[in-house]
Design a protein around this ligand. Sequence first.
Ligand SMILES: [Zn+2]
Length: 191
Amino acid sequence: MPIYMKNLFVNQLKSHSGFFFAPWVLLFVLSGIIPSISFSQSTSSPKKQSHAHQHGKGSLELTLEKNILNGTLELPLEALLGFEHSPKTSAEKLALSTLEKSLASLHLWFTVSKNASCTESKTSFERQTSSKHSDLLYTFSFICEKPEALQELHLLFLKEYQRVQEIQVIYVNQVGQRSIVVKRNSPILRF
Ligand SMILES: [Zn+2]
């Protein structure tokens, strides 16, 4: 492909990725309310949209590299907040700040097998918007002393957010790649 076509292609990807820093994210960064959360500038490393926006469904990409389990969870904000637009009323603002506080605590969202002796590492989140819809993009890591003992990942948020019906999981390790669907009535992923 000629270089100018490649550039065109990259530009199109960027313009369609729809990432932006929501004002509420910036506010939290500036005020330092959640200092443990790092926010990545999404335009510098555009991530492809891993699934089509569909209410009630989410996606999770998991990668085990040596002793680090990296995850990216993508969920419609509608399922988490009951709305997708920027918060306007005081009730909507409260719902959003409650969600943000929750995201700072990875153990409220996921836990892994205790025998693997994992500790939570960095987490970050951003809001991804296209037309009238918004998704949460939540990235996290566990660092494990005994990754060979990793047997289960519990998707705790499925109990909290009942609008989420299922999560399409892609799990990658050194052996290969698996695709698994986790339903809300059985919210445990077995590696
Ligand atoms: Zn939507």
